[in-house]
Design a protein around this ligand. Structure first.
Ligand SMILES: N[C@@H](CCC(=O)N[C@@H](CS)C(=O)NCC(=O)O)C(=O)O
Length: 214
């Protein structure tokens, strides 16, 4: 049986992607809380010993340290035979949405939410720019979900697990009340939260939290 250690911090939606995937696949992991707010991931030592890319999350399996959630999610999907695409066309779609999530939804939402909630005096123009982009991305996601239960086919895949992560934190952090503005996204999040074994981000990712300024 593979043993996992997850280097994370509680506010990290990227960490939540892996924590939730492992949990939904019936796996456990040792949580390795990381002092992201204290700047540890920017130190030479951490980059030399944990992740040269300077990013959280890092998943250790056996002695190997893995980074980048998209390929890790795909590897876990293969290993446990859960949440992968069922044929070539679906696998292509899973990859397409994983790329879109990393580049667009997660990339912008993580930055926006971090600046907005976890820094003391964010630049209003930067926030406005990021929010305009996010309004567009959330509109695209909401449109896609109008007539489907999950992102691809009729079953959840790692594309859903990747895309939902940053939208699953409390709304005061992101400043988006999706139930009021994006009903399709909100209903999809509800369906994901009904998957057997589902747990919320701060439940799966315990420990000392960043100072929230909102
Ligand atoms: N594409 C990466 C993104 C990881 C990422 O950006 N993690 C954040 C924390 S959730 C981080 O460590 N950011 C540090 C930085 O951007 O300098 C993944 O999927 O793992």
């Amino acid at each position: 049986m593979t043993t996992y250690r997850l280097h994370y911090f509680p506010e990290s939606g990227n960490s939540y992607k892996l924590a939730l995937m492992l949990t939904l696949c019936g796996q456990t992991f040792d949580p390795v809380w990381t002092d992201f707010g204290g700047g540890v991931t920017r130190t030479t030592e951490w980059r030399a010993t944990v992740n040269a890319m300077g990013e959280i999350p890092v998943l250790e399996e056996g002695g190997q340290r893995l980074t980048q959630t998209a390929p890790i999610l795909l590897r876990l999907a293969d290993r446990y035979g859960r949440f992968g695409g069922q044929n070539d066309a679906e696998r292509f779609e899973v990859l397409r949405w994983l790329f879109w999530d990393n580049h667009k939804l997660t990339g912008y939402m993580a930055t926006y939410r971090y600046l907005r909630a976890f820094t003391p005096s964010p630049d209003a123009a930067v926030l406005a720019f990021l929010r305009r982009r996010l309004d567009d991305f959330l509109g695209i996601l909401n449109g896609h979900l109008q007539d489907r239960a999950f992102m691809i086919g009729d079953r959840p895949t790692v594309a859903d697990i990747s895309l939902m992560a940053y939208l699953s934190f409390p709304k005061h952090e992101s400043g988006y009340d999706l139930a009021a503005t994006h009903a399709g996204v909100d209903a999809w999040l509800g369906r994901i939260s009904e998957l057997p074994g589902w747990r919320s981000p701060y439940d799966l990712l315990p420990g000392k939290r960043l100072n929230c300024y909102i």
